[in-house]
Structure formats: structure tokens, C-alpha cells
Write a protein that binds this ligand. Structure first.
Ligand code: ADP
Ligand code: ADP
Length: 226
């Protein structure tokens, strides 16, 4: 049984210069707790696929479900991490992490404890009252991962989260993400341009090709991280 079920999914954007088919007949099932990387060149539809899973973008044909529920408007099943940490500059780190909760309801003491636990998991326990500009890029991205996880989403979606960081920071965060994935048991989907990152983190690598965006190959990574 798959947690995420994508079946014959297609997406065409209507633009002023004509239709652009971003995804064509994509089939993919992702099991609960699985880590899947999506690898492929620019324009192969990686971001479109992730945004559809996040409920941020509609699709043109086919079906996509999370836990048997059709993906529609964002309802919080997914936590999303973008390439640039999109922390709000006027909020401190703890309040940034709590944002997905505070937008929905009153934040409780238990919520704060949960957010602090996540921040401790990524080594930011001493930075909860700092503001984003006081942290390095790598630290901001760690906080963004905590924010994506704070409402215990069914799926953690990451769109090139470390693309803008230097190689050493990226390697350190790969280790961090691997640990978070194992400790939380979350289902994770990561978009990356990096073959080594895809193989290091994922149990399966989905290789996509452009024009139109489709799945070319799905590779099982034999030495699973257990
Ligand atoms: P990737 O993330 O792999 O680079 P995208 O999903 O961003 O691929 O884009 C896939 C295709 O869809 C590309 O040809 C791109 O130009 C097109 N596209 C993406 N977003 C839009 C949009 N909002 N409007 C029109 N075309 C788009
Ligand atoms: P990484 O995020 O991989 O740890 P960084 O270059 O972001 O790499 O930071 C390396 C370390 O340097 C951090 O873990 C932190 O301990 C320290 N550091 C970086 N920036 C700051 C800062 N603005 N204030 C305090 N410590 C910092």
C-alpha cells in the first residue's frame, strides 16, 4: 500500500505563447516512511510534481492521492522546504518554526516544546530567540526543515533545499536530513540536481526527462540506510 499514489498524472500550463506540457503520464507510488529522490535536468517537471503533491498547483489529468485522499487545496498533509529558506525576517527562529501552527490556531505550550525539540534535533537549540539574519544560510535551512515538520505532516517535500549552499554545508545537511528522516519516520520526497545527494539520501531515485516531463527510470538504491 502506497501513502502517495500518483496515477497517469499530466500537467499542461497554458501560456501566452501556447501550451507547455510539464508532466506527461506520470505513475509513481511512494510507501509510508519511504525516502524518494527526484533527479533530472531543468525543465523536466520536478518542481511541478512537488507543487502538485503540496496542493500548491492543480493538475490537468490523472489522479494524485495522499492516504487515499485526492490532493486538492493545501490542507497540511505536506511540509515543504524551498531552495531558499523563506523564513519571515521579523519573527525569531522559534516563532518561524511555529508559523504553520500559529496560522491555523492558538499555539500551546506543547507546540513550543515540540518546536524546541525539532530545533534541538538540528543543533539550533541556542538560536530560538535569534532572528533569521543572525544565522548562516545552512542554519536558516535547518530552521526551515523544522518549520516544515512542526505540524507532523504526512510527507516532507524538499525542492532543492541545499542548492544555494556551499558543498561542505550541503554535505553536513545531507547527514542531518538522513538523521531526521530516520528519527521521525517521515515520508520524504527530495528534488535534487545532484546524483550523489539523491543516492546518499534516498531508497529510490526517480529519474525524469524533459519535453515532456516524464519518468525515465526508477532506481532502487541497494545499500539502504537502516
Ligand atoms: P524542473 O523543476 O524540473 O526544472 P518545472 O516543473 O519547473 O521543471 O518546469 C517544467 C516545465 O513547465 C518547463 O518547461 C517550464 O518552463 C514549465 N513551467 C513551469 N512552471 C510554469 C508556469 N507557471 N507557467 C508556464 N510554464 C511553466
Ligand atoms: P552548517 O549549517 O553546516 O553547520 P554553517 O556554515 O551554516 O554550516 O555554520 C557552521 C557553524 O558555525 C554553525 O553550526 C554554527 O555553530 C556556527 N555559526 C555560523 N553562523 C553563525 C552565526 N551567525 N552565529 C553563530 N554561530 C554561527
Amino acid at each position: 500500500m502506497s501513502l502517495i499514489e500518483i496515477s497517469d498524472l499530466s500537467k499542461t500550463y497554458q501560456t501566452r505563447t501556447g501550451d507547455v506540457t510539464a508532466l506527461s503520464h506520470v505513475d509513481l507510488g511512494i510507501a509510508e516512511g519511504e525516502f524518494v529522490s527526484i533527479l533530472g535536468p531543468s525543465g523536466c517537471g520536478k518542481t511541478t510534481l512537488l507543487r502538485i503533491l503540496a496542493g500548491l498547483e492543480g493538475h490537468t489529468a490523472g489522479t494524485a492521492t495522499i492516504a487515499d485522499v485526492p490532493i486538492g487545496a493545501p490542507r497540511g498533509e505536506a511540509g515543504m522546504v524551498f531552495q531558499k529558506a523563506t523564513l519571515l525576517p521579523w519573527l525569531n527562529i522559534l516563532d518561524n518554526v511555529l508559523l504553520p501552527l500559529s496560522l491555523r490556531r492558538r499555539v500551546t505550550g506543547a507546540d513550543r516544546t515540540h518546536a524546541r525539540t525539532l530545533l534541538t534535533m538540528v543543533g539550533l537549540e541556542d538560536f530560538t530567540t535569534k532572528h533569521p539574519h543572525e544565522l548562516s544560510g545552512g542554519m536558516q535551512q535547518r530552521a526551515a526543515i523544522c518549520r516544515a515538520l512542526v505540524h507532523d505532516p504526512a510527507v516532507l517535500l524538499m525542492d532543492e533545499p541545499f542548492g544555494a549552499l556551499d558543498a561542505m554545508t550541503r554535505d553536513a545537511l545531507n547527514v542531518e536530513v538522513n538523521r531526521i528522516w530516520r528519527e521521525t519516520g517521515t515520508t520524504a520526497v527530495l528534488i535534487t540536481h545532484s546524483i550523489s545527494e539523491a543516492v546518499f539520501l534516498a531508497e529510490r531515485v526517480v529519474v525524469m526527462t524533459p519535453r515532456p516531463g516524464r519518468i525515465a527510470e526508477i532506481i532502487d538504491i541497494p545499500f539502504g540506510k537502516t
